[in-house]
Design a protein around this ligand. Structure first.
Ligand code: TYD
Ligand code: MG
Length: 458
């Protein structure tokens, strides 16, 4: 029997050490080293068998102009949201990591992709569900593709054998944490297994020009489980997020070698799978009979996509001694900052009030351009004065109470105009370089927070 070789791996960043150490020198985390068994022998022979011998030849440098770009042509996909997030179709030979919390709909989205790629042979490898379970899910989604093959398997060598026989045009792995390679003896999901399996799949993807999608689990902290090297290895990292109690799901890219990051795709989970949401503004705003206090509309941008979103605030006298601050979909610390600005610059006594914030639809917003809408919602609730429904806001609030400019303001204004709003408040610093007369919507520019209230409530 071959000698058993063990190494210690940091479970956080994947760093290796021959002996146990308390603190990882590369990521500074404590107590993250775990011993894992390595057993490397004639490694990669299966993968090697799959790839052409040309790769064995030593490579020579090439002039950049001489490298053909024809092979970069993308595989078109019907799902517009996924296509946008990927940067327009699937790049041959790309390795895509697709992460998200359990139950968010990762397997559903990938199966939908497999079923809608009609003229391509797709292999869906599942280590989590049986063939029957996947078949039942496919029934729910109600799309058929005779070229979609399901394999319930976790051993990478067996998977490569099947790939060799089937020659698929796309491979989907659900999930990378369930795979194991025979060359390493540690358990599936451990750092060394995840890294090794991903490495084998990357080699396969690059050398056969077959795109591979890896579904990945998420840790408690919300980052992708497994070593950080996994994220470095792949070409694209997609993140599926959203509140499981709501129907909307957001698809983001955090890394993309073939397109821009920060693109956003929106889906709606319903009885028959995920449905694309092509016009988010329409669903994120509730049309009310009467304007209600504490509700404002923010014109925000996610990636390249302008979106109007409802923000809600509730301000009430603190029921207990310590005032509560709570926020859903918006950074709580930033809320604290906005309240301090209102208190200090405008003299509103919010320090003794409970303040609750909510962004409609269970969506998380990071764009500071929603500040102005939030501040107005807080004041509207605090003074119990409704803001007319035909007004929307975009602007960042600075520490001195100034309204700071936002990016892509024209796109935000046009979206507001398209959605039938009559007035939009923007920062006066945004006025430069844009032609306000080109818009039908009335654009009101403000530079100080006090000015906004004057113009709103007179
Ligand atoms: P799933 O894709 O299994 O999530 P993941 O792979 O990320 O863990 O999706 C699970 C949830 O989606 C499940 O709770 C039920 C729901 N769902 C629907 O509401 N409609 C559907 O058509 C499908 C297939 C799933
Ligand atoms: Mg799943």
């Amino acid at each position: 029997m071959a000698k058993v070789k063990t190494t210690f791996f940091c479970q956080n960043c994947g760093a290796q050490s021959p002996k146990w150490i308390g603190r990882c020198p590369s990521c500074d985390q404590w107590n993250t080293y775990v011993e894992e068994i390595l057993h490397k022998e004639n490694k990669n022979d299966k993968v090697q068998g799959l790839i052409s011998t040309s790769t064995q030849r030593a490579k020579k440098p090439m002039a950049i102009q001489d490298i053909g770009i024809a092979e970069e042509s993308r595989i078109p996909i019907a799902d517009k949201e996924l296509a946008r997030v990927l940067g327009g179709g699937i790049v041959p030979g790309s390795l895509v990591l697709f992460g998200g919390e359990p139950g968010i709909g990762k397997s559903t989205l990938m199966l939908q992709l497999a079923l809608t790629l009609k003229n391509l042979k797709v292999l869906y490898v599942s280590g989590e569900e049986s063939e029957l379970q996947i078949r039942m899910r496919a029934e729910r989604i109600n799309t058929q593709n005779p070229q979609c093959f399901i394999l319930s398997e976790t051993n990478t060598q067996n998977i490569f054998t099947q790939i060799e026989a089937l020659e698929p045009d796309l491979v989907i792995i659900d999930s990378i944490q369930t795979l194991h390679t025979s060359y390493i003896e540690s358990s599936p999901g451990s750092v060394s297994q995840v890294r090794e399996c991903a490495g084998e799949l990357m080699k396969f993807a690059k050398e056969s020009a077959t795109p591979v999608f890896l579904i990945g689990h998420i840790t408690k902290e919300g980052s992708l489980a497994g070593p950080k090297v996994l994220e470095h290895m792949v070409d694209t990292v997609l993140q599926f997020e959203g509140d499981r109690n709501y129907v909307y799901r957001l698809l983001r890219t955090t890394k993309n070698r073939f397109g821009s990051t920060n693109e956003l795709g929106i889906y709606e989970m319903h009885g028959a799978g995920l449905r694309e949401v092509n016009n988010p503004s329409e669903i994120l705003i509730t049309h009310r009979e009467q304007p209600t206090s504490g509700v404002t509309i923010a014109a925000t941008i996610e990636g390249m996509r302008p979106m109007l979103i409802e923000t809600q605030a509730l301000v009430s006298s603190a029921a207990y001694g310590t005032p509560q601050r709570s926020s859903t979909g918006f950074d709580l610390r930033r809320l604290g900052m906005l309240l301090a600005v209102l208190e200090k610059r405008c003299g509103f006594r919010l320090g003794v009030k409970d303040v609750f914030l909510n962004i409609a639809g269970g969506i998380k917003i990071e764009d500071p351009g929603v500040d102005l809408a939030l501040v107005c919602a807080i004041l509207s609730s605090s003074e119990d004065m409704p803001i007319p429904q035909n007004i929307c806001f975009t602007g960042e609030v600075g520490l001195t109470g100034e309204i700071r400019p936002v990016n892509r303001v024209e796109q935000r204004i046009s979206e507001a105009e398209k959605m039938g709003f009559e007035k939009i408040f923007i920062s006066s610093y945004n006025k430069k370089g844009i032609d306000l007369t080109a818009f039908k919507i009335e654009v009101i520019t403000v530079s100080k927070i006090e000015e906004v209230f004057g113009k709103l409530f007179g």
